[in-house]
Write a protein that binds this ligand. Sequence first.
Ligand code: BES
Ligand code: MN
Ligand code: ZN
Length: 498
Amino acid sequence: MEIKTRVGHPLKQKTPCVVIGAFEGKLTAPLLKELDDSLEGIFTRAVKAGEFTGKNRETLLLHPGRRLPAERILVVGLGRERECRQERLRQASGTAATFLQSRKIVSYVLGLPVSGKNLDARKGAQALTEGIALASYRFDRYRKNENGEKSPAPEQVTLLVEKKIQTEADRGIAEAMSICRGVTLARDLVNEPGNAKAPEFLAEQARTIAAETGIKCTILEKKELESEGLGALLGVAQGSVREPRLIILEYRGGNNSARPIALIGKGVVFDAGGISLKPAEKMEEMKMDMAGGAAVLGAMLSAALLKLPVNLVGIVPAVENLPSGTAMRPGDILTSLSGRTIEVINTDAEGRLILADALTWAKRYDPRVVIDLATLTGACVIALGHHATAVLGNHDSLIRQLIRAGEETGERLWQLPLWEDYSAQIKSEFADVRNTGGRPAGTITAATFLQKFASDFTWAHLDIAGTAWEEKGRPYQPKGATGIGVRLLIDYLQRAAT
Ligand code: BES
Ligand code: MN
Ligand code: ZN
């Protein structure tokens, strides 16, 4: 897909379709008035008939015939103008892209607003580009549609801009394309079925990213993990014949002496629960249990493509959690890399085990900030549903910065408390800590467990259990993997870097 800018008037474009925007309550804005006049009142008639009100995500398709050079005009609702920020633009261009893709229109012109009261041209063009690129994503490696063809992705999209913002808009488009490569990679990895993605598959993906971008990649295999003593990670891995990996990517875009930011992502390639086996219903979705790891790989790729001026280390503990004759048992006691012993109450609480060792591993990079992402708890889905990622941590300003990045990107976060009081729930009779805290506050007790391994850091934990997978489909989010975290992390890093 190619997106480029052009200076021009929306109603003077010769193209299969021009997309224009309409704000709620502003249906007589100059461009819409002009459209209506050239179409002899067709637009006002649709409005009077109640077919279009300008609400967010609404669409109205018009065929102007010989009255305009474009074959079609697609009017997209933008909602209230004062609420129009990046997320609205992403939704609008995403809605248009989905609409046009389903009608097999692969070349069109976007006449949507690029800048406005609450929006600069670079961010606006970035948002419009993200909406299109992310809406047209398909995971169709393994299938053909009803007609035996794959759904056609857009080929040529032109963004109309004013001359004075064209350079900024071009920059926004280029940035969005680099960011969307990371999101697409993350979605692909998460959508990939379990049979195709052993831990070694993720390691191979990391090597590929490193080869393309020139960043450093280190992979630890089972033998090294044993000699280094990552007992918690190995405990989870021992139920599967597919051996674990610890994947480490290092990107150096900052000062030589600057301490890195560490990004850690849960990489459970399939989570059957282990001996504490999960119920069959929806178990197939547990191929997404490496979405945190995918977000880290995607963010490392995008950060390197964008040449962000920061030093980063990405760490992905990759394992498979299966029941078998060699699997760990409830009641087993594991010795983690930190030296702390962990009583395994439930083998299905495996994410925190591998993250514990990954957090300890991160210490050798002396990171100034550590952020982990994990599809960690079903309790998070109960608490926040599919509309927010839970954020917990030990540093308020880091959490605030992440929440802000969430608002900017539409990958919203909601903070849960991490009070000392919750610690009592993970005390063990037999070991230093236990891996579950009972039913109350499951997301918090999981984070409380992680905190024990993050006490040396400025640290935040993102529980993406409810946001890594989309069941219904949204404006720029087809069903399946969302690639959550990549855009959030990049937005955070862009601000943290400057
Ligand atoms: N990967 C799951 C959490 C999960 C559930 C992610 C639903 C996405 C959707 C995690 O490993 C898990 O099984 N957690 C357990 C913890 C419990 C045993 C304390 C859970 O949430 O049930
Ligand atoms: Mn589990
Ligand atoms: Zn899991």
